[in-house]
Structure formats: structure tokens, C-alpha cells
Design a protein around this ligand. Structure first.
Ligand SMILES: *[C@@H]1O[C@H](CO)[C@@H](O)[C@H](O)[C@H]1NC(C)=O
Ligand SMILES: *[C@@H]1O[C@H](CO)[C@@H](O)[C@H](O)[C@H]1NC(C)=O
Ligand SMILES: *[C@@H]1O[C@H](CO)[C@@H](O)[C@H](O)[C@H]1NC(C)=O
Ligand SMILES: *[C@@H]1O[C@H](CO)[C@@H](O)[C@H](O)[C@H]1NC(C)=O
Ligand SMILES: *[C@@H]1O[C@H](CO)[C@@H](O)[C@H](O)[C@H]1NC(C)=O
Ligand SMILES: *[C@@H]1O[C@H](CO)[C@@H](O)[C@H](O)[C@H]1NC(C)=O
Ligand SMILES: *[C@@H]1O[C@H](CO)[C@@H](O)[C@H](O)[C@H]1NC(C)=O
Length: 590
């Protein structure tokens, strides 16, 4: 671990001025093909499969569509403009850049950091998928656009900007990127108003991405005097740069120190910044502390950090939990990474069988349906509560962790059942579902046409989101949407943000799953078998937090019942009035 003084120096000296992608982007840019090409099955199996390559390209392209700040000359999204270039002005800093979080225009650090952690981890263990797809330069560009902004948001050791723009002002705006409302305030956590989860969660992202740039591979053979172990993962995507890795690690160390040693102690970040609690309130910080320390152990090969991580795992009761893996809940990733590390760095992380049994008790609960989750009739993994406002995300994150863990499971039966479950969930998302719809925009003619995205819609009338304009102005290629309801129905309605919103973290697990399939699947993704017209909007209307259930019209029986009820109530009122009048007279008389 570097001494504290060196962190400060490194951060001050190395904050990037005008960072650019390290790898040169192709002179003739890769662009998403029209959705119709996703309905043309390959005639033969090919490895790598061109349809999976296209999907991976689309998924990365989504992040370019979400960019904020001054767009570079290499920008591929012709319909996007530079925007919010004055972010940070209110605090005398340059906080321009980064990404818009979802269908709106806030920039939110906590879910962005989770997204980066997830993508960098996957670009490490399934990294050759990016190379085979010729997407590594775009991946590098995407990760740097993220990390360079997170570095700006971390201008000194104990300051981290956790949100830019006021959610309420932003929610009241529906329109393009040229009219984004101002002011856009910048919200920070600091030593006296800390946010343990946001600081640790961001540290975890810096560590995961540092490990990627430093080539801390999770695959390969390692041996010590007593043992030789083999870890089956691919080499990382080829974007290594030790200067950048060191820079990222210095931010990881500093943010982890801030998370654990702030003068005002440990607390959730929305305690300090209530404005950030509206969209992304964190439910606890123990999971972030644990994953941050473990990611740091990986990135810096520090056994002290590993011991620290195990300490949090125990102190915060993370063992045996039945949670989803998402921006708010990182615990389920812990035992998976610990198992990977115990194979490739046995001297750093011992206890392979201990971590395997932790991971497997979690996964067995999912695949055997013995815990909190169940499956819809169509087969989508469903967690009550977590799935209600974004149904595909818990399922995709589970599939991503299962796919990663399967090859290192303790028995062949578990390997098979985990892989099958992961692919079943992935196939559901890619169109093997009762709607015959793949839930990624622009991949196939049956994919959603109405993602909830102010930017892509081309409309600016907030009271007519669904119909103005009739057809969305721009195709938001590569965006994973929220997903169907508990009965597998999907209406594709723009204002139904529960089903159709897009977000940075929705895409994250799909990148890793697609890179895995580029690497290991010569046949097409499911949707190539879906011809145009396979999806049609279901009857009725959605019934969720965005579009509450319509009040059902009354049947004739209902109407008669209602009439009788009104009559009875009326008679009672008349009766009471008469009684009171008569009683009143009596009293007067009496
Ligand atoms: C490595 O990354 C640093 C920091 O971003 C950059 O300045 C440098 O050009 C990169 N090196 C190479 C060889 O691309
Ligand atoms: C970008 O600007 C052009 C006009 O130059 C406009 O037509 C387009 O809609 C803008 N894009 C967005 C996402 O608002
Ligand atoms: C620390 O953060 C809190 C919460 O965002 C803010 O109110 C306060 O002004 C900040 N302190 C400093 C010294 O900037
Ligand atoms: C990481 O640390 C372990 C234990 O100290 C050591 O055995 C191993 O060689 C180190 N790995 C690297 C890549 O330095
Ligand atoms: C060697 O690796 C095994 C796991 O493969 C581990 O249990 C053991 O502690 C390691 N020995 C040393 C000396 O690091
Ligand atoms: C190994 O992991 C198991 C399961 O988490 C735990 O009970 C045990 O204490 C661990 N052993 C060591 C030596 O860390
Ligand atoms: C790749 O696929 C084969 C079967 O097609 C399977 O045996 C293997 O475990 C898979 N590898 C990974 C990393 O999933």
C-alpha cells in the first residue's frame, strides 16, 4: 500500500487534463447495423459468431449515446450534441463529461461506479471476447470516459461528487440535449458529511478497472510449493497501460481510506446528500466496504486488504444473504471474486473450498428456487420488490455471476446447472419469452421501439410523451430496457418507465454475458429466429408504479349494486335527519 502522502501527490500530479483513448479507434467507425439484420439467422455456426459481435458492439455503443459534456471528434452518435459543458461551475470545478444516468439528464456517481466495476471485472475474465469482436478500442474509450470523469468527481482525497443536477428539476423536463434545464447543482460528500457506500463503491470501481489495465488476470495457472491450480478464464481485453492502472489505483486507495476513516464516521451517502436519495438511496454500506477491500486486494495484491475484506464480510453479516446483485447490493459478487482469486493467487486468498461453498449456497438457492426468488410462468427469475420496477436487471445480474462462476464450481452437476440457468435467463432477455421480444433496442425488428429516453424520443411535450412524436426520433441502439411485468407482458409504452426506461447499470451485465458468448458460442443469439411481426402489444394496459392500474369499468351487476348501495345510504341519511329533527323538537318541548 502506498503511503498517504504519495496518494495526494499522485492524484494532484496525474489528474488527466484532456484525456483521450489510449488505443486508436478504427478510422472507419463501427456502427450498429439496422435492426432487420438481427432477424437474419447465420447459415453456419461460426466462431466468433458475427451476431454476438454485433450485440457486444451495440451494448458498448449505448454508452456513447449517453455521453455528457463536450463530445470528441470521434463521436459516433450523429444525433447527439455536446451538452451540460458547464457542469461543476457552481463549485469552481470542471465536472463536465461522464454519462447521463438513464432516460433523463442527471449524472449519478453511485450507479455509474457499480456499472464500471461490473464492466471492468467482466472485461478481465471474459476479456478476449472484446478482442475477438474488435471492440477493445471502444471498450477502452468507454472505460476511460467513465474513469476520467470519476477522477474529476474526486478532486481531493476526502471529496467525492455524488450527483450533478437536481432530480426534481430534471424530472420536469422532457426534451433534447440542447435544452437541458439549468442550474445543475453539484452535490458532494466530504470528511464532515461522508458517504461510506458511495466512497467505497467508487473505490471498488477504481480497483476493478485498475486490475484490468494492470493485467491482473483471473485466468491462468499458478503454483506454489505445494500446489498447482488452474483458473479457466480468458486473458483480459488487450488494453493494458500501467500508467493508467497506477493512477486508477491511487484513487481507489484514497477513496477507500475516505470511506473507512472519515472524521464523521460511517453513514449512507444520502444522509449527507438527501437529493441523491430520491433516485439512488443506498440501503447499507457494509457490502460496499467488503467489495471495495476485496477489489483493492486484487488490484494491489495486498493480503492486508484481503484480511480487511473478510473482516467486513463477517462484521456485516454478508454470508448467507439472499440478495440480488445490483448498484445497491454487491454482497453476492464477493464470494465469486474470492473464489476466482483463490485459484489464481492462492498465496493471497486461501480458502478455495470456503469461498466455493459460500458462492454455491447462494447460487443453489437461486437455481433450486428455495429462497426469496421464483420464476414467472415464462421463466424469468423474479425477486419480489427488486424485480417490480426493473424486472430484467436482477435476472441478468444473476446470469452474469452464474456464467462466471460455473466453470469453477466444485462439481460437474453444479457447473451444468449454473450454466443452463444463466443461459435460460439470457435467452429470455434475448427473445425466448411469451412476447417473442428481445429486450435490447435495435437488435431485431421485435425489440422495444419506445424506450423511455428524453434524448432519443425527439419529443418535448412532457404531457404527451407517448404520442409526440408518434415514432421515436432516434433508435437508441444497444439499450437494455427495464423489462416485462410479472406475467411476462410488455407493452412498449414510452411513459411506462418501469418497463421501458434505460440506464447505465441495466446494460452492464449484458456486456459481460455478450463477451462470454463471443468467446464461447458459435451459434446465434436467440433473436435471429424471430421474424418481423413476432411481437405484438398485449391487450389491456400495464399496471405498475409508472402507469397505475386503470379502475375497471363497472359491469351491469356492478352498476345495479352501486345503485342499490347509493339508495340505501340515501335512505339512511334521510331517516337520520328526520329522527334528529323529531328528537330536536322533543328536546325543545321537553
Ligand atoms: C497510458 O495511459 C496514459 C494515461 O492515460 C496515457 O497518457 C498514455 O498515453 C498511455 N500510454 C500508451 C502507450 O498509450
Ligand atoms: C442535436 O442537435 C440537433 C440540431 O443541431 C437536433 O436536431 C437534435 O435533435 C439534437 N439532439 C438531441 C438528442 O436533442
Ligand atoms: C460537505 O458536504 C456537505 C453535504 O454535501 C455540504 O453541505 C458541505 O458544504 C460540504 N463541506 C464543505 C467544506 O464543502
Ligand atoms: C501476490 O502476493 C502473493 C502473496 O504475497 C504472492 O505469492 C504473489 O506472487 C503475488 N503476485 C504478484 C503478481 O505479485
Ligand atoms: C498453496 O496453494 C494452496 C491452494 O491451492 C493453498 O491452500 C496453500 O495455502 C498455498 N500454500 C502457500 C505456501 O501459499
Ligand atoms: C474459509 O471459509 C469458510 C466459509 O466462509 C469459513 O467458515 C472459514 O472460517 C474460512 N477459513 C479460513 C481459514 O479463512
Ligand atoms: C464454453 O462452452 C462449453 C460447452 O460449449 C462449456 O463446456 C464450457 O464450460 C464453457 N466455458 C465457459 C467459460 O463458460
Amino acid at each position: 500500500m502506498l503511503p498517504y502522502v504519495i496518494h495526494v501527490l499522485v492524484i494532484v500530479l496525474l489528474v488527466p487534463q484532456n484525456a483521450i483513448a489510449q488505443l486508436s479507434l478504427p478510422s472507419s467507425p463501427w456502427l450498429p447495423p439496422n435492426a432487420s439484420s438481427g432477424a437474419v439467422p447465420s447459415t453456419t455456426d461460426r466462431s466468433p459468431n458475427p451476431q454476438w459481435i454485433t450485440l457486444l458492439g451495440d451494448l458498448i455503443y449505448f454508452y456513447e449515446e449517453q455521453r455528457s459534456g463536450t463530445l470528441p471528434s470521434t463521436n459516433r452518435v450523429s444525433w447527439r450534441n455536446s451538452s451540460a459543458v458547464d457542469d461543476g461551475e457552481d463549485v469552481g470545478l470542471d465536472l463536465s463529461g461522464g454519462y447521463y444516468d438513464a432516460g433523463d439528464y442527471i449524472k449519478a456517481t453511485f450507479p455509474l461506479a457499480f456499472t464500471a466495476m461490473s464492466i471492468c471485472w467482466g472485461a478481465n475474465d471474459f476479456g478476449q471476447g472484446y478482442d475477438l469482436a474488435n471492440q477493445t478500442a471502444y471498450l477502452d474509450d468507454m472505460i476511460r470516459w467513465t474513469m476520467d470523469w470519476l477522477m474529476k468527481a474526486h478532486p481531493s482525497n476526502n471529496t467525492l461528487y455524488v450527483q450533478v443536477a437536481d432530480g426534481n428539476l430534471d424530472d420536469a423536463y422532457w426534451g433534447g440535449d440542447l435544452g437541458i434545464p439549468t442550474p445543475r447543482p453539484s452535490y458532494q460528500i466530504n470528511d464532515t458529511a461522508p458517504g461510506t457506500d458511495a466512497a467505497a463503491g467508487t473505490a471498488a470501481a477504481f480497483s476493478a478497472c485498475s486490475a484490468l489495465y494492470a493485467n491482473r488476470a483471473l485466468g491462468g495457472t499458478s503454483s506454489n510449493t505445494t500446489n498447482t491450480t488452474t483458473s479457466p478464464f480468458s486473458a483480459p481485453a488487450s488494453l493494458q497501460n500501467s500508467t493508467y492502472a497506477t493512477l486508477l489505483l491511487s484513487h481507489a486507495e484514497a477513496l477507500h481510506e475516505f470511506a473507512t476513516n472519515a472524521t464523521a464516521g460511517l453513514q449512507t451517502y444520502q444522509t449527507s446528500v438527501p437529493e441523491a436519495g430520491t433516485a439512488y438511496a443506498s440501503s447499507s454500506y457494509g457490502d460496499e466496504l467488503a467489495i471495495s477491500a476485496l477489489m483493492l486486494a486484487w488490484a494491489s495484491n495486498s493480503s492486508d486488504r484481503y484480511e480487511e475484506a473478510v473482516g467486513y464480510w463477517q462484521d456485516y453479516g454478508l454470508s448467507g444473504q439472499d440478495q440480488v446483485f445490483n448498484w445497491d447490493s454487491k454482497g453476492p459478487g464477493f464470494a465469486v471474486l474470492a473464489t476466482q482469486l483463490s485459484l489464481v493467487e492462492p498465496g493471497l486468498v486461501g480458502n478455495l473450498t470456503g469461498w466455493q461453498s459460500e458462492a454455491e449456497s447462494y447460487f443453489d438457492t437461486i437455481v433450486n428456487g428455495t429462497g426469496r426468488s421464483s420464476q414467472t410462468d415464462g421463466g424469468l427469475l423474479w425477486y419480489p420488490g427488486d424485480s417490480d420496477e426493473v424486472s430484467l436487471n436482477p435476472a441478468l445480474n444473476a446470469a452474469m455471476l452464474l456464467a462466471r462462476y460455473a466453470p469453477i464450481a466444485s462439481t460437474d452437476d453444479k457447473k451444468t446447472s449454473y450454466l443452463n440457468f444463466a443461459n435460460q435467463q439470457l435467452n429470455y432477455v434475448l427473445g425466448k419469452n411469451p412476447m417473442n421480444a428481445p429486450y435490447i433496442v435495435g437488435t431485431n425488428p421485435n425489440a422495444p421501439a419506445n424506450p423511455h429516453s428524453a434524448m432519443a424520443s425527439g419529443g418535448n411535450d412532457i404531457s404527451n410523451i407517448d404520442t409526440d412524436p408518434e415514432t421515436e426520433a432516434y433508435v437508441l441502439y444497444g439499450a437494455v430496457v427495464g423489462g416485462p411485468d410479472p406475467s411476462d407482458k410488455f407493452w412498449d409504452i414510452r411513459s411506462d418507465w418501469v418497463e421501458t426506461e434505460v440506464a447505465l447499470d441495466y446494460n452492464a451485465p449484458m456486456l459481460t454475458l455478450a463477451a462470454w458468448h463471443v468467446l464461447n458460442d458459435s451459434s446465434d443469439p436467440f433473436y435471429t429466429s424471430l421474424a418481423a411481426g413476432s411481437y405484438s402489444r398485449p391487450k389491456g394496459s400495464p399496471c405498475d408504479a409508472a402507469l397505475p392500474c386503470p379502475i375497471p369499468p363497472l359491469s351491469w351487476k356492478g352498476k345495479v349494486g352501486m345503485g342499490v348501495a347509493i339508495g340505501v345510504v340515501g335512505l339512511v341519511i334521510v331517516g337520520l335527519t328526520l329522527y334528529l329533527l323529531i328528537a330536536g323538537r322533543r328536546n325543545k318541548v321537553g
